[in-house]
Design a protein around this ligand. Structure first.
Ligand code: GDP
Length: 440
């Protein structure tokens, strides 16, 4: 996610390598590079400039702290500003009403229907709700069908009136139906068009006025960059939505939409959707996103996902070991097995500080995993818990046992070592209230 932006920012920070302190002169190149990185990520010039002006002011206004380098200080400032730009703290998603009505709007293909399924699943499994999905797309019978298929997958009933061509009526009827059936959340998936279109806007606005939803979520495909931001603006002018859902963050997204939607429409991003698996919906946390952009990983989300899928004690144990810098091959193997079950492997590994960068160009298929597992399986228990003790002879034996050549074993050892180094740096910087990264 946002690989190119992350790389460019890192290279900007490297400009400060070797500098003893931040000054007007040495900060100029860094600031310029940060601005360029943002613009390349599809952030508009005005926002990028405002952003870097703030970063510059803060950097020059900072007291010189001898304990951290200018590079690290800059990372911290940029992290705080990115967090701010994306909304500061996570936004509330209010489902306290009985029933809570959630209206889903957006262009066709943005991922509305997929998100509706994910949200239903999220509310059911994570929040203990009894949701009802409503198909209010009266133009495409296929859309109704799609929602029904998703509903079946997540075991949430779907309300549809195939013959009815009045979306307002369907929505009203659905609310009545939900009340009768004791559903406490109603998720209404509305019709989208390929582009902004007056008739569609009017229809969604009519549905909104008819059922008075508590939440109106605007779904937008993050791959569309500035277009996403412009579409959000048009929808917001018309619908005054309560929040944004960014989809397809698993794709090759540059980041512009995530970074600037909040600024542009002054509505928070509430959820991010990555991938088509229905159990992978994440609440949007600006700070965690900022950390990921800066290559700091996102241990919090990783641990949460692990906890959701597995037992809490185990997830806590791993987090503790990472924090104590005692993460070994046994833990790594355990993690691989868990991660495999969770799907979207590359995304999950990217949440471990330093790993995202290390695996950026690697195509992670199950086969790639098999090789790593074979190598770990060929280690003795002693070797697994003492990675540093694995010398050349041991490596040769591991290579033989796993059917790999020695170069592959060496490369894996090196990657593992780099990962542990990143974890170590993170721990060192913990006192500053920020996870660390490989900074000068
Ligand atoms: P709608 O027309 O707005 O309802 O969009 P759909 O939910 O039908 O999604 C359009 C396409 O995008 C489908 O092929 C989905 O499988 C895909 N899609 C939806 N959400 C995501 C996501 O988060 N990541 C990826 N990679 N694909 C997605």
């Amino acid at each position: 996610m946002f690989d190119s932006l992350s790389e460019k920012l890192e290279s900007a920070f490297k400009q400060l390598k070797g500098e003893g302190r931040i000054s007007e002169i040495n900060v100029a190149t860094t600031i310029k590079e940060i601005r360029r990185a943002l613009i390349d990520a599809d952030v508009n010039y005005k926002i990028a400039k405002e952003f870097t002006d703030k970063v510059k002011d803060k950097a020059l206004g900072e007291k010189v702290l001898t304990s951290i380098s200018p590079g690290q200080l800059m990372v911290k400032i940029v992290k705080d500003e990115l967090t701010d730009l994306m909304g500061g703290t996570e936004a509330d998603f209010d489902i306290s009403q009985r029933p809570t009505i959630v209206l889903i709007a957006g262009l066709q293909g943005s991922g509305k229907t997929t998100f509706s399924g994910k949200l239903a699943n999220f509310l059911k499994t994570k929040k203990g709700k009894k949701p009802l999905l409503v198909a209010a797309d009266i133009y495409r019978p296929a859309a109704i069908n799609q929602l029904q298929v998703l509903g079946e997958q997540v075991k949430v009933p779907v309300y549809a009136e195939v013959e009815n061509k009045n979306a307002v009526e369907i929505a009203r009827n659905a609310v009545e139906h939900a009340k009768k059936e004791g559903h406490n959340v109603i998720i209404i998936d509305t019709a989208g068009r390929l582009a902004i279109d007056e008739e569609m806007m009017q229809e969604v606005a009519n549905v909104k006025n008819a059922v008075n939803p508590h939440e109106v979520l605007f779904v937008v495909d993050s791959m569309t960059g500035q277009d996403a931001v412009n579409t959000a603006k048009s929808f917001n002018d018309r619908l005054d939505f309560t929040g944004v859902v960014l989809t397809k963050l698993d794709g090759d997204t540059r980041g512009g939409a995530a970074l600037t939607i909040k600024y542009t429409v002054n509505k928070p991003i509430k959820f991010v959707s990555m991938g088509e698996k229905l159990d992978t919906l994440d609440t949007f946390y600006p700070e965690r996103m900022a950390q990921r952009i800066l290559g700091m990983g996102d241990i919090t989300t990783l641990v949460e996902r692990a906890q959701a899928q597995f037992d809490e004690a185990q997830a806590k144990k791993i987090e503790k070991k990472i924090r104590a810098n005692k993460f070994d091959f046994e833990d790594f193997k355990e993690q691989l097995q868990q991660i495999k079950k969770m799907g979207n492997i590359k995304d999950l590994l990217g949440m471990i500080p330093g790993v995202g960068k290390a695996i950026k160009d690697i195509d992670i298929s199950d086969d790639a995993f098999k090789g790593i597992e074979a190598m770990i399986n060929s280690m003795t228990p002693f070797e697994r818990s003492n990675p540093d003790a694995i010398d050349t002879n041991r490596r040769k034996r591991i290579a033989k046992g796993s059917g790999k050549d020695i170069a592959e074993v060496n490369a894996f050892m090196k990657q593992f070592d780099q990962m542990r180094q990143m974890m170590g740096q993170m721990n060192k910087l913990k006192g500053m209230g920020m996870p660390g990264m490989g900074m000068p």
